[in-house]
Design a protein around this ligand. Sequence first.
Ligand code: AHN
Ligand code: ZN
Length: 330
Amino acid sequence: MKKNLVLTLMALLLLSCGNSKQTTLSKETDANNVVVGPEFSADSAYAYCKAQCDFGPRTMNSEAHDKCGQWIADKFREFGLEVTEQKTTLKGYDGTPLRSTNIIASHNTQATDRILLCAHWDTRPWADNDADSANWRKPVMGANDGASGVAVMLELARLIGRDDSLAIGIDFVCFDAEDWGVPQWSDAADDGNSWALGAQYWAENPHKKGYKARFGILLDMVGGAGATFSHEGMSKHYAKDIVEKVWKAAHVIGHSSMFPNNDGGMITDDHIPVNEKLKIPTIDIIPYFESCPQSSFGPTWHTINDTMENIDASTLKAVGQTVIQVIYSE
Ligand code: AHN
Ligand code: ZN
């Protein structure tokens, strides 16, 4: 929302003198903080998460992957966004050709002032962090690691797609081939470049020449039960003010316990090429489990337990409503 509109609303609230009724657009919280934008539906996001899992694991070069990608593109179109399917063949760490599709869905295509929202939609072919080595070569379901970020973006697109009042442009980019990084059971060296292959490709070949956005927000594993989101190190390095903006928004709408103001890890993820190649300041909302023995990403990360049973709609809701708050405050 424009600053002058916020001031006008605050002035109206003051003038109404003792009448603490909400306006239809926003709800007063305190003198400076106003809840803005439409209500994010946790149930809807949860259903979009489950719908992706119902295709099965969305591993590269699989039929489930291709069918789910088609479904994601169709949903964005149904919500009135303009969709580009960016297809290419990428190369895995061991040389395997990976048929990849980045799915880009845009709202307000003519606006030059834009915000980038992104998440990966492929799922990991190997549960290489599972406690049982018998599972290390089985695919993960990716309810959290894959489906959750896209689910939040689809619910955002449903709300934004029918909102003609939003002046800013929004681009949802679903990256493919994020999770084909060198498995723990492999002897191959992991220099970090085997991850985020779709994001690397898009950052070098954006769907529109000279693509620019004010800033970007990456949603990675945003549906896990018990998740909290700390400041990710690379996000702070490249986009400290955006980290502050997003965490402030979470606090304004009452999610300070899920978004603590402390430092998490430094993560190689899809936001790195976006920051480095496209120079769009982009942050990563990614869980940080400080004292989880299996992984700082949580107990189900890259295990066969990354399933819908371990998704909590209230995590999807907190993240989704926070993104709404950020977008509608711009
Ligand atoms: C690494 O483990 C190097 N990066 C985490 C990126 C990731 C994997 N996000 C989801 N799955
Ligand atoms: Zn993963």
